[in-house]
Design a protein around this ligand. Structure first.
Ligand code: PBG
Length: 323
């Protein structure tokens, strides 16, 4: 035998020397949930170890993460039902919870990269990402709202806005709205291939944002489709996106690979709430080793081709790295 692949596996030093992919702390974005109030911290029951924080405690959490080497955060608001309406008006309230919190974080942490979410669902009494009329989700009317959200978030200091709504034409609409308001430096991380997935369940628990009727299948993608992701990616790229995202990550590693091969923009993958919950639940039962499974999972997403990973494991991963 001249060829013995095991020779490159014989010691830890050699294994690491020939390792093809690595997860760096710089690759990770930590999603965080903010709630109203002071000194509030409550755990999302379907996401052990993940909390909704009031703005004061959210800042402490960001401070801890920054010290561990996590510098990028995707922030989502969890609002009481009383703040929601059909037009998601709270989404552009500069004095409201979300925009105030973003402003405050940017003032306190100059070096943090803050990614804001553009979609109506956290503020919508219908629990949908767009405007609902007669049981339909309106596309073009929703764009107006999304454009206003983008500008309001940029005014609050967002470094990157991330449209997660899956309306057609939203990247171009948002890019133009931002440029018109002189925010040409604010980036767009487009949720390009966002599938209508059952893995979002725990996130909707966290935000109490499940659709009040129907599902999101008329705007989010069919899990059966891979080539359709190329159509979405071509649109987002030509409309001015700075990042293309695939979401969820694990059940769509092939889609991550496809976009990585065909596009030169950075590829982000969202390791979503349900992917986190499954590992946590199995680990709590002693059925899987939580830390090993987490590391293998993040590595698989990198190997598939993701440059950036949004993951609820970010802090835990950083703690592990910091020993
Ligand atoms: C909605 C939105 C969702 C997530 C991020 N933004 C859920 C949905 O589309 O219903 C899910 C993230 C996760 O599951 O971790 N705009």
């Amino acid at each position: 035998m001249f060829k013995r692949p095991r020779r490159n596996r014989k010691s830890s030093v050699i294994r690491k020397m020939v390792q093809e992919n690595r997860v760096h702390l710089e690759d990770l974005i930590f999603p965080l949930f903010v709630i109203e109030g002071d000194n509030q911290r409550n755990e999302v029951s379907s996401m052990p170890g993940i909390y909704r924080y009031s703005p004061d405690l959210l800042k402490d959490e960001i401070d801890e993460c920054m010290n561990l080497g996590i510098k990028s955060f995707a922030i989502f608001p969890s609002l009481p039902e009383s703040k929601k309406d059909k037009m998601a008006t709270e989404a552009t309230n500069a004095e409201g919870l979300y925009l105030q919190t973003i402003r405050d974080i940017k003032e306190s942490f100059e070096d943090a990269c803050i990614i804001t979410d553009i979609a109506m669902d956290p503020y919508s009494s219908d629990g949908h990402d767009g405007i609902v009329q007669d049981g339909k989700i309106l596309n073009d009317e929703t764009l107006e709202v999304l454009g206003e959200m983008a500008v309001a978030q940029a005014e609050a200091g967002a470094d990157i806005v991330a449209p997660s709504d899956m309306m057609d034409g939203r990247v171009e609409f948002i890019r133009e709205a931002l440029d018109d308001a002189n925010f040409e430096d604010v980036s767009i991380m487009a949720y390009t291939a966002k599938y209508a997935s059952a893995f979002y369940g725990p996130f909707r628990d966290a935000l109490d944002s499940a659709p009040k009727f129907g599902d999101k299948k008329t705007y989010q993608m069919n899990p059966a489709n891979r080539r359709e992701a190329l159509i979405e990616a071509e649109l987002d790229e030509s409309e001015g996106a700075d990042f293309l995202m695939v979401k969820p990550a694990l059940p769509y590693l092939d889609v991550i690979r496809t976009l990585k091969q065909d596009f030169d923009l950075p590829i982000a993958a969202y390791n979503v709430s349900g992917e986190y919950a499954m590992i946590k639940a199995a680990a709590q039962k002693g059925w899987l080793d939580g830390l090993d499974t987490m590391q293998e999972t993040l590595l698989s997403i990198k190997r598939a081709g993701a440059d950036v990973i949004l993951t609820y494991f970010a802090k835990e991963f950083a703690e592990l790295r910091n020993g």
